[in-house]
Design a protein around this ligand. Structure first.
Ligand SMILES: Cc1ncc(C[n+]2csc(CCOP(=O)(O)OP(=O)(O)O)c2C)c(N)n1
Ligand SMILES: [Mg+2]
Length: 562
């Protein structure tokens, strides 16, 4: 259906407004509840990726939000579609990612009858999304969509869910689009910056942690220049490693799962911690043990774009309500002491980072994931995008891979499984010229492995690594620690993942020895197809530093002593 003059359907107005806001990609699973939107997409400049499950579509949208800082967009149908999409909404919440999910809804005159697939969106998503609403009046589409963009991107970003009653979408109205949204930037006050400068100049062991969202290439560069001038050590928060160049002289390491104990000790010893952009959540804070709550005994300067985050958990000595971009710009004007008393500490911190990550540790079994990560970091282009989900396999990424460019690691800080496959599809759709790599556990991959079909459908030559150890490794690890020798519900009987790839029309290859990995990867990357590199990993190789047997023995001897 085409618009006549400025009279358009609500669905057409909605799609036009997305375009006006710079949206070029939407991810969806179709539903009869929003046929009018599908029709509006038919002849507009919009790339539509049709997915195999709404969880995949929502994670793709989340990945777009993470990579670009602009809301990723997905469309799903009412009850079953929207609830299937919920993992993507939860990730966007925990990862502070802008995302807008549009969902079909029953017609307005059927509401409240529990009509087919009717869902109370506010009740279902109220605790998860930053804003949930339903558009009951076609004339208000511009107002509500505009607000959705502002809400998703400003302050602490997050997901917005908008339900679209089927009959409302078909209504014809006259509407004018508002100008596109510009995310609200918050600048630090001059007084706060002076106070920070004073605190820094008085410090003996300052330490900076960067995290959160709302960063940009210039903000990252400004932060690196600031670190350089102040010779201050900088760590990146969990899954935010691309916020700082790992080879920068001030880089002190990645503060995630299995961090360098020296890094943790260094932060605990710091007499001034400057946390920029992040919230220092459970994983980054090592189970909330890094700083005391609300304490802290350490002097904390917390810089965050969301006012409600300041003082929420850690009581800061100095709170700076600012977006990372504006803070990083302002930080350039501060002057370091001369000489800088902590300069040597910073050099040691970087040397410790390099030593911790340089050489893979010894591992049982034929394939050493550490060696695989070292090979990848040395052979892939700097702008490669690596996507992954959750599982112990990721410990080797965090420890040995190096993210040299901004937004090159697309992975959930909420540690949600099943993310690496859909995220890679989204990244290859956005950046067809870049190498896109998806790294998955065997359990992890099959949570959204169906999106491999989407990669095949759109001819996206991504490389998908499946680390197959035949177990839900993370949970087995915890199980052996807490209930040694009592294996329960953590074993997996897996398919042949290389054959899976071929069955979908992709390329598949299995690797059983580390030395065969480079040739297998090259074959996968040059196949021109979506490819799966199936790595056979010894389940004993549970972390880069220990084995399952050792964890079990330690737990058993602790029990015997008790
Ligand atoms: C959606 C979701 N379900 C369950 C979990 C709990 N969980 C965390 S890691 C993990 C096991 C991961 O197994 P696998 O992908 O095989 O990786 P491995 O740990 O074996 O390397 C599970 C079940 C989770 N994080 N996310
Ligand atoms: Mg596994």
């Amino acid at each position: 259906m085409r618009a006549i003059g400025n009279v358009r359907t609500a669905a057409e107005i909605l799609v036009d407004q997305l375009i006006a806001n710079g949206v070029r990609h939407v991810f969806c699973v179709p539903g009869e509840s929003y046929l009018a939107v599908l029709d509006a997409l038919h002849d507009r400049e919009m790339t539509v990726t049709v997915c195999r499950q709404e969880g995949g579509a929502a994670m793709m949208a989340e990945a777009v939000g993470k990579a670009t800082g602009r809301p990723g967009i997905c469309f799903v149908t009412r009850g079953p579609g929207a609830t299937n999409a919920s993992p993507g909404i939860h990730i966007a919440q925990q990862d502070s990612t802008p995302l807008i999910m549009f969902a079909g809804q029953v017609a307005r005159d059927l509401k409240g009858r529990e009509a087919l697939q009717e869902l109370d969106f506010r009740a279902a998503f109220g605790g998860m999304a930053k804003w949930v609403t339903e558009i009951d009046d076609a004339a208000r589409v511009p107002e509500i969509v505009s607000r959705a963009f502002y809400t998703a991107t400003s302050g602490r970003p997050g997901p917005v869910v908008i339900a679209l009653p089927e009959d409302m979408l078909r209504e014809h109205v006259v509407a004018h689009e508002p100008p596109p949204c510009e995310p609200v930037e918050t600048s630090p006050g001059a007084a706060e910056m002076r106070q920070l400068e004073t605190l820094l100049r008085a410090a003996a062991r300052p330490f900076v942690i960067v995290g959160g969202s709302r960063w940009s290439v210039p903000a990252r560069a400004a932060m690196q220049r600031f670190a350089q001038r102040f010779a201050v050590p900088v760590a990146t928060s969990y899954r935010r490693a691309p916020l700082f160049d790992p080879l920068h002289a001030c880089y002190a390491g990645d503060l995630g799962i299995g961090p360098n104990p020296k890094l943790v000790a260094r932060i605990k010893e710091a007499d001034l911690v400057v946390l920029v952009g992040g919230r220092l959540g459970e994983l980054a804070s090592q189970g909330y043990t890094l700083l005391d709550i609300p304490g802290p005994q350490t002097k904390l300067v917390h810089v965050h774009p969301g006012a409600e985050e300041l003082g929420r958990l850690y009581r800061p000595l100095l709170a700076i309500h600012a977006s990372p971009s504006r803070f990083a710009e302002a930080a350039e004007a501060m002057q370091p002491p001369d000489p800088i008393p902590w300069r040597e500490r910073s050099d040691t911190a970087h040397a410790d980072y390099l030593a911790w990550t340089e050489v893979p540790t010894e591992q049982p079994g034929g394939v050493n994931l550490g060696a695989v990560m070292v090979w990848l970091r040395e052979n892939l282009p700097d702008d490669t995008i690596l996507c992954n989900g959750a599982g112990n396999y990721a410990a080797w990424i965090h420890r040995f891979y190096r993210f040299r460019r901004f937004a090159t690691h697309i992975a959930p800080t909420s540690a949600s499984m099943g993310y690496g496959m859909p995220a890679a599809v989204a990244m290859k759709r956005l950046y067809p010229e870049r190498m896109v790599l998806s790294v998955n556990g065997d359990g992890d991959f099959l949570m959204n492995g169906q999106e491999f079909a989407t990669a095949v459908q759109y001819e996206l030559p991504i490389v998908v690594i499946v680390c197959d150890n035949g177990i839900y490794g993370t949970i087995r690890m915890h199980q052996e620690r807490e209930y040694p020798g009592r294996v329960s519900a953590t074993a997996l009987r897996n398919p042949d993942f290389a054959a899976y790839a071929r069955a979908f029309g992709g390329f598949g290859i299995t690797v059983e020895r580390t030395q065969d990995f480079p040739a297998a990867f090259a074959a996968a990357a040059s196949s021109g197809k979506p490819a799966i590199v199936h790595l056979k990993i010894d389940p004993e190789a549970i972390t880069p530093t220990t084995t399952l047997a050792r964890i079990r023995e330690q737990a058993q001897s602790a029990l015997a002593r008790a």
